[in-house]
Design a protein around this ligand. Structure first.
Ligand code: AMP
Ligand code: GLY
Length: 423
């Protein structure tokens, strides 16, 4: 079976590597892919739009299309491919609104009894501002969220009423494009976060192993939010009892919801969870694998990934055999100088081979080839990932590998997974 994989980040490199290990897989095309993926697959450039993907898949006899990022899913790429009778791992455009519209997602959660922060949605800035004032007057903090996709931005966790009010003004001033003209204002939750990813084909829902992201730029969870500076799996905050509760209150209700709403959902559902003192609450749904959680999670997957994703695409998930290594995994993100505000690009990267010599895996994200040399070309550049007999060993191996890699301006957090040790 030949596969077409859409995307170009560290997440897609991890998926690509997993697919490559499957004996039944022939060619893997990555659109557009990255230099890391190019070592194990064939990178192709497709014109923009869903039709180009569907036509490429048809012309090349593709047996499975796997979609990495949310944007093409929200544009309905899965529908276009499915219309050609080709199996696709990824929800329909209608179902992808669970990530594409926070208002839609919150209404879905409330309707199906999925625990989440209290919220209200506004299209009128004055009403939004009045609501924020009344929330603070009642002693509650808020989070301001642009309704639509905002490339990981568009969420303002306010530390003061002024910050929340500014957030609303920014949204309506067009800081997040049309994504921000509708605003969700949510109760500020406190607790520890975890990521629960689950496969579903609309009939069955199967959680993957737990993980935890590190969203802030700097050690000790300081600095601005980023796309994610590192991840590890499993997350000890997700105890077996908590997982059971998430399964019951989040995943089972999610499955019931997509069935009742007749949403064609065959892919991954990512629940960002806040473990509050009143139990787990969903911060957000994403309709795709998390990045960098996937780099840690799939590094622990010892099953047949192509078979698993194909069975999900064909509504036969109950027949899939998910095999997990008990060994924890850690992914350290190496980012460009200036990230997340701006990105200092174009510097030659050295040391990847040395880093991989002792068994670490270096996933590419923001890399490019320039005059035959590998350079940094994006905010998050590499995801250095290692498995170990225990979490400490995995962390030690990952940082040992990181120490071999360098380029001008490279930055990374030194405390990935520390929260697990502090428990
Ligand atoms: P989201 O894209 O909705 O996950 O938001 C990004 C990040 O903002 C989350 O990972 C949390 O760290 C934070 N966040 C989102 N919603 C809330 C909330 N209701 N309370 C506290 N923090 C939140
Ligand atoms: N790691 C957060 C995300 O993928 O949205």
């Amino acid at each position: 079976m030949d596969i077409l994989l859409i995307g170009s980040g560290g997440r897609e490199h991890a998926i690509c590597r997993g697919l490559r290990k499957s004996a039944q897989v022939g060619k893997i095309y990555c659109a557009p892919g990255n230099p890391g993926m190019a070592q194990i697959a064939e990178c192709v450039t497709l014109p923009p739009g869903n039709d180009a993907v569907a036509e490429f898949a048809e012309k090349n006899g593709i047996g499975l299309v796997v979609v990495g990022p949310e944007a093409p899913l929200c544009e309905g790429v899965a529908d276009a491919v499915r219309a050609k009778g080709i199996p696709v791992f990824g929800p329909s455009g209608a179902a992808a609104r669970l990530e594409g519209s926070k208002d839609f997602s919150k209404a879905f959660m409330v309707k199906y009894g999925i625990p989440t922060a209290a919220y209200a949605t506004f299209t009128d800035p004055e009403k939004a501002e009045a609501y924020i004032r009344s929330e603070y007057a009642a002693g509650r903090g808020v989070v301001v969220k642009a309704d639509g996709l905002a490339a990981g931005k568009g969420v303002i966790v306010a530390s003061s009423p002024e910050e929340a009010l500014n957030g609303v003004r920014e949204c309506f001033a067009g800081a997040f494009g049309k994504a921000g003209y509708r605003v969700v204002i949510e109760e500020l939750l406190e607790g520890e976060e975890a990521s629960i990813l689950a496969l579903t084909d609309g009939k069955t829902i199967v959680p993957l192993v737990s993980s935890q992201d590190h969203k802030r730029q700097l050690d000790g969870d300081r600095g601005p939010n980023t796309g994610g500076m590192g991840a590890y799996s499993p997350a000890p905050v997700v105890t077996p009892a908590l997982m059971e509760e998430v399964r019951r209150s989040v995943l089972d209700n999610f499955l019931r919801g997509i069935r009742e709403e007749k949403l064609d959902y065959r892919g991954i559902i990512y629940a960002g969870i806040m473990v509050t003192k009143n139990g787990p609450k969903v911060l957000e749904f994403n309709v795709r694998f998390g990045d960098p959680e996937t780099q840690a999670v799939l590094t622990r997957f010892d099953g047949d990934l192509a078979d698993t994703l194909l069975k999900t695409a064909n509504c036969e998930l109950e027949k899939a055999d998910l095999i997990w290594s008990p060994e924890p995994a850690v992914c350290i993100v190496l980012a460009s100088g200036g990230y997340p505000a701006s990105v200092d690009k174009g510097h030659e990267i050295s040391g990847i081979e040395a880093a991989e010599r002792d068994g670490a895996i270096v996933y590419h994200a923001g890399t490019a080839l320039k005059d035959g040399k590998l350079v940094n070309s994006g905010g998050r550049v590499l995801g250095v990932t290692a498995r170990g007999s225990d979490l400490r060993e995995a962390v030690r191996k990952a940082y040992e590998a990181v120490s071999k890699i360098s380029w001008t301006g490279m930055q990374y957090r030194k405390d990935i997974a520390r929260r697990a040790f502090n428990r």
